[in-house]
Design a binder for this molecule. Structure first.
Ligand code: SF4
Length: 348
């Protein structure tokens, strides 16, 4: 693989100069902008990130501004991107940078990976792209390119394999243009050496010496050990209307979607009778069953299968319920897992 990486270095940079994607965080570069863009891009497509990035930079143009942001405003700006712990970690790290580094981004690998939410890949991207310090940034795209380039059938989900690839890159990557080199690999993975199906080898700067292409094995690489099946969780979500308002509550401070707003829900698929009994225990009486709904949401390790009831209720209800009118609902961030229910509540 080392030979192929050395052979690829210059053609890859030339290819990048001709084909690079124009992206806002590349037009004006700073560690802060690179960091925010890379965190947003985790689990999210570039096209989806673009409007969020612009809005985020307008609202919080500096690390200091992010450190001082109101949590509700931050969550609202993140609404729809999912994986809200990313936003929380951004702010936690911004507070540390503001308090411990006087608002100036730290410039070493060890300092960066000590910050919440910054791992090996993000640290490498910030150092190479925004600080000019050659440091590999190995994500799924890069693992795929390297496995194919070297015709390597090792399991790329194995940490030892990733470590080996990282070492090969550290030794062979461009020292003069680490920013272009790291971004070139990102772009090659996103636009040419595509996952699933056929990579566009004819357009690839590695086509003359790529081992997978020569052996006709591009569809078989990279090798990934089978993932564990997702856990399925069934639940019943309630759209409780009372006097023109709908009930929401905050999720627990720990765990999935921590501290975000949600529509009240209970585990399991409950019948109308069971639901009415549960509500009665909480001091709410059903006046009218309006509608049944169904939705599904897939997280990394869990799949929620949701059935829902929209119903008119009366009574005091528990203290944890917050009754919101349309404007209040619009002003609060509700995770996209509840998207269908929010839409229904807004249309009601
Ligand atoms: S030649 Fe094909 S398989 Fe090899 S790195 Fe390029 S796009 Fe990927």
């Amino acid at each position: 693989m080392r030979e192929q990486l050395l052979a690829l270095r210059e053609p890859l940079l030339q290819w990048y100069d001709a084909h690079r994607r124009i992206l806002p965080w590349r037009e004006e570069v700073s560690p802060y902008r690179t960091w925010v863009s890379e965190i947003m891009l985790q689990q999210t497509r570039v096209a989806a990130v673009l409007p969020y990035f612009e809005r985020f930079m307008t609202a919080f143009p500096t690390v200091q501004a992010l450190a001082e942001a109101e949590e509700e405003k931050l969550m609202k700006l993140w609404e729809g991107l999912g994986y809200y712990s990313r936003a929380r970690n951004l702010q936690k790290a911004a507070k540390i940078i503001a308090a411990q580094y006087g608002g100036v981004f730290p410039g070493t690998y060890d300092e960066l990976i000590a910050l919440p939410g910054i791992g090996d890949y993000t640290a490498g991207a910030i150092l190479s792209i925004a600080c000019g310090i050659p440091t590999p940034a190995v994500d799924g795209n890069v693992l795929r390119i390297l496995a194919r380039l070297g015709g390597d059938e090792s399991d790329v989900t194995d940490a030892a394999v990733k470590k080996r690839y990282r070492a090969a890159l550290a030794e062979t990557m461009s020292r003069e243009r680490p920013d272009a080199y790291v971004q070139a690999l990102m772009d090659l993975g996103a636009t040419v050496c595509l996952p699933n199906g056929e990579p566009l080898c004819e357009e690839c700067p590695a086509k003359a010496f790529c081992a997978a292409r020569a052996a006709g094995k591009t569809a078989l690489l990279p090798v990934r050990a089978k993932k564990k099946a997702r856990r399925v969780e069934e639940m019943t979500v309630l759209l409780l209307y009372r006097q023109g308002k709908v009930a929401l509550r905050k999720r627990p401070a720990e765990g999935l979607l921590a501290s975000l707003w949600e529509f009240p829900n209970v585990p399991g698929k409950r019948s109308e009778e069971e639901t009415a009994a549960l509500l009665a225990e909480q001091g709410l009486q059903v006046r009218d069953w309006k509608k049944s709904l169904h939705a599904r949401h897939i997280f990394t390790h869990v799949e929620w299968q949701m059935q829902g009831y929209a119903l008119e209720v009366m009574g005091e209800g528990k203290d944890d319920l917050v009754w919101m009118d349309r404007e209040e609902l619009l002003a609060h961030a509700v995770p996209s897992a509840f998207e269908k229910f929010k839409k229904e509540a807004l249309e009601n």
